[in-house]
Design a binder for this molecule. Structure first.
Ligand code: 1CP
Length: 344
């Protein structure tokens, strides 16, 4: 049986778009909350192949998307590099912030494959359970986005620490980004060898990089990871999600080597169809709030996106992750609607 997700990544135009949803596993699902409730820390869930594979499969069992995304987090990389990472309820991630040169020098650069081997185990387990026509998507955070968490010590509103550091001591910041490029390369190759069919790079905070630093912090590290991975895995397809980068999106597509651009909900599908779809596959971009509302409002918004993008290579997704308050029935309704548009 064919995997229509991989066909779309290869540039094929399909009867109905393949679909999946960012954060399709997670707190909006009661079956996720049940597993999560019994595990003290979020990272323990990421490093437990039995539970992590179960959680990866939950949305597949419930609404049969064309893609399973590995259940893990972008912050397993700082954890593997030896920084303390924890997740507290309602607050989000907390990390020991990187402050000094010593903190960068002390990163455990050779620890990635050993530390993250349980994640590779999860990939293998999911691969064995997935129906033949469903693809398995591996992922990692882009170096810039991961670095923001490492320097800020968690989520941030103004990104003042990381922006100040990057400007005042560009050399040291470059060193941190290079370490993240190497670690992420190892991690992605590990996922591909374990069975991942394609890779998505999440650059959630690409949109806050000042324009004079955009190439250095967003384009160059992403491009390096993709070319490093392709030295060993020449056929692997990449999706990039550089959230909120505005007109720089054209440079991102032409420079990084991605096969597909995941667009957030602020970019019009009409613009994407006209100016971007000739160069790569488009993924996106339903507003997660439309999914939360559900019913006709949701279907109308979804149809408008499909109308604009389905005449070219296209994967239906959200513009960002499923919100925790989303009723799972809405996701089922949307999935059935998209499936009804074609025979696959
Ligand atoms: O206790 C819990 O259940 C924690 C909630 C949670 C979940 C379900 C976190 C903490 N991470 C995840 C899983 C996750 N994270 C996935 C896998 C599954 C899927 O998509 O179905 C993925 C791909 C991520 C990626 C991720 N983590 C990103 C990039 C994408 C995005 O949403 O922008 C980012 C920025 C993170 C950091 C992170 N991890 C968790 C939270 C709450 C956050 C965001 C914090 C912030 O807003 O700064």
């Amino acid at each position: 049986m064919k995997k229509i997700f991989l066909e779309a990544l290869n540039g094929k135009i399909l009867e109905r778009p393949p679909f999946w949803f960012m954060r399709q596993a997670g707190r909006y699902l009661p079956e996720y909350r049940e597993i999560r409730h019994n595990i003290p820390s979020f990272l323990d869930l990421c490093y437990n192949p039995v539970f992590a594979s179960e959680v990866t499969m939950q949305p597949i069992d419930r609404f049969k998307p064309d893609v399973a995304i590995l259940f893990s987090d972008i912050l397993v990389i700082p954890d593997a590099l030896g920084r303390k990472v924890s997740f507290s309820k309602g607050i989000g991630p907390k990390l020991d912030p990187i402050i000094s040169t010593k903190d960068v020098e002390n990163l455990l650069v050779n620890n990635v494959n050993h530390h993250l081997s349980p994640v590779y185990e999860t990939v293998k387990k999911v691969k064995n359970r997935l129906p033949e026509d469903v693809s398995l998507l591996g992922f990692a955070g882009a170096p810039w986005t991961v670095a923001t968490y490492m320097v800020e010590g968690g989520s941030s509103r103004d990104f003042l620490k990381v922006k100040t550091w990057a400007r005042e001591d560009a050399e040291r910041f470059d060193c941190l980004l290079s370490i993240l490029v190497e670690a992420t390369t190892d991690y992605l190759i590990g996922q591909i060898e374990a069975g991942a069919d394609a890779i998505q790079i999440f650059d959630t905070w690409a949109g806050i990089v000042p324009s004079d630093q955009f190439n250095k912090f967003v384009i160059t590290p992403t491009k390096k990871i993709i070319s490093n991975v392709r030295k060993l895995k020449p056929d692997i397809k990449f999706i990039g999600f550089p959230k909120g980068i505005g007109p720089e999106i054209s440079t991102y597509i032409s420079e990084t080597g991605i096969d597909c651009i995941s667009i957030d909900s602020t970019l019009s599908p009409n613009y994407a169809a006209k100016y971007l779809q000739g160069d790569c596959t488009i993924q996106g971009n339903l507003d997660p709030v439309a999914l939360l509302i559900g019913g006709k409002t949701m279907l109308k918004a979804a149809d408008e996106i499909i109308k604009n993008l389905n005449d070219g290579p296209f994967i239906f997704n959200l513009g960002h992750g499923v919100m925790p308050q989303t009723p799972p029935e809405n996701v089922v309704l949307l999935a059935e609607h998209i499936k009804s548009l074609g025979n696959q």
